[in-house]
Design a binder for this molecule. Structure first.
Ligand code: UD1
Ligand code: CA
Length: 452
């Protein structure tokens, strides 16, 4: 039978150095709170239960997670007495029994599932504790891993370390995996008799050694266990996340000539053979189908882009933009809450909001849907193969039929039936010779002014 897994996420810290009213773990990476990344990782390695230890901003953290549909048990650690005390705050969840207990930090969002899977595998193979370590030439501040053969003997915190121990470059990344059977007895033995007066979770290693248990360290790159304490570190973590996302998308068949200028949201999905030109920003909820092309300097959020569609350069797609196969939204166009069917084109300088456009329509340059009267929003419907002449204002609610034409420069306030042409502008008058007369008159006025 599969081993039952409980993951405890420590998220009680205030994050003073973020200088923010938001609890630290709710600061976002790729648009998802850091703790959300940690939860996602825990879920990917098959955690059956989640226990979140909160302190500062406990309600906010619980609310953020539950509004993202995350089921967890919450434990409040009222005073931050150390990582050992924090894990102990989740004691009821531990005592309920689990084969594997993983401990993660809510401010360490780059952990890769493979690392935790390896730790779980080692528990399954008989280890009682697995500690995730990393190597660095600047170990200052981290707990040092003291090994003897493949047994991890102790984690020595910076404040407790001897000069020789401080020279150790193999450090504790903070992630630990425990055999749930022994964890309660281990936690009971952690005290705060140390230089910081804290309950160190890391003392679990020495305690387990005294209990003759098997303790091992595994190694992960430092980038994967980077913790966030300041907004500078948050930006560094974001950069690593983006870099990974770019590689992931390229390996899945997305072409990018300047990947370092393309910024993804955590939930962006992209089909195969899509091409992304430089300088593109993805907000939440963007889905792009195969063979689409997003050209330079485009900003997309809440948009669905059909097979082979072409967007930009300089396009803005806002929530509810749904673009059909082979449709086009060109430069300086904004599309919001609009369904645009297959093959339709909005090529230049338009605002299309709260609209439904049938297939094969051509929306001329400068077309604006006037969807808002300052109080309410109204819909514009445009039929299949309709042709909207340039610089037209479509005053919603209004509908334009299939195969209909709108004359350029029209303000359309009444519906136009199928196959009809709507003119919504003054008729042009042309006066022969008037230009010559006007010029003479203007010149005379200018000369009179000079003399006077
Ligand atoms: C901890 C480790 C250290 C390791 C380092 C890696 C201990 C004693 N030390 O040190 O070996 O190298 O992480 O980054 O575990 N937290 C609570 N409640 C508390 C204390 C902490 O929820 O009472 C949370 C914090 O919000 C944070 C995490 O636990 O997310 C780690 O705590 P922190 O104080 O940053 O530990 P370090 O001193 O960095
Ligand atoms: Ca830390």
């Amino acid at each position: 039978m599969a081993r039952q897994c409980l993951t405890i996420i420590l998220a009680a810290g205030k994050g003073t150095r973020m200088k923010s009213p938001l609890p630290k773990v709710l600061h976002k990476v790729a648009g998802l709170p850091m703790v959300g990344h940690v939860v996602a990782c825990a879920q990917q390695v098959g955690s059956d239960r989640l226990a979140i230890v909160t302190g500062h901003g406990a309600d906010q953290v619980a609310e953020a997670l539950s509004s993202n549909d995350i089921q967890a048990e919450y434990f409040v650690q009222t005073e931050q007495l150390g990582t050992g005390d924090a894990v102990n705050a989740a004691r009821p969840a531990i005592d309920a029994g689990a084969d594997d207990v993983l401990v993660m930090f809510g401010d360490t969002p780059l952990v890769e599932p493979e690392t935790l899977s390896t730790a779980r595998q080692q528990l399954a193979d008989g280890a009682d504790i697995v500690v995730v370590g990393f190597r660095t030439s600047e170990p200052h501040g981290y707990g040092r891993l003291v090994e003897e053969g493949d047994q991890l003997k102790a984690i020595v915190e910076e404040k407790e370390a001897s000069i020789e121990q401080k020279a150790i470059t193999f450090c504790n990344g903070g992630l630990m995996a425990f055999n749930g059977k022994h964890l309660p007895a281990i936690l009971d033995q952690i005290d705060n008799n140390n230089n910081k007066g804290e309950y160190y979770l890391t003392d679990a290693v020495e305690i387990a050694n005294n209990m003759n248990l098997k303790v091992q360290a595994i190694e992960t790159p430092m980038a994967s266990i980077l913790g966030v304490n300041t907004r500078v570190e948050l930006a560094a973590v974001e950069a690593i996340w983006q870099d990974r996302a770019r590689k992931r998308h390229m390996l899945a068949g997305v072409a990018m000539i300047a990947p370092e200028t393309v910024f993804f949201h955590h939930d962006t999905t992209i089909g195969e053979n899509v091409s992304l030109e430089p300088n593109i920003f993805f907000g939440p909820g963007v889905h792009i189908a195969d063979n689409a092309k997003i050209r330079a300097y485009s900003h997309l959020e809440g948009a669905k882009i059909g097979v082979g569609a072409e967007i930009g350069p300089f396009a803005r797609l806002r929530p509810g933009a749904q673009l059909g196969a082979s449709s086009k939204v060109g430069n300086f166009c904004e599309v919001k809450n609009a369904e645009i069917a297959e093959g339709s084109k909005i090529n230049h300088l338009s605002y299309i909001g709260d609209a439904i456009i049938g297939s094969g329509a051509n929306i001329g340059a400068g077309t604006i849907t006037c969807n808002y009267d300052g109080y309410n929003k109204f819909k514009t419907a445009i039929g299949a193969n309709a042709f909207i002449g340039s610089n037209s204002a479509l005053v919603a609610p209004v509908s334009i039929g299939d195969n209909a034409y709108v004359a350029s420069g029209s303000v359309i306030t009444n519906d136009i039936p199928d196959e009809a042409v709507g003119f919504g502008r003054a008729r042009q008058e042309t006066k022969l010779g008037l230009a010559t007369k006007l010029r003479a008159r203007f010149k005379a006025i200018k000369e009179a002014a000079k003399k006077g």
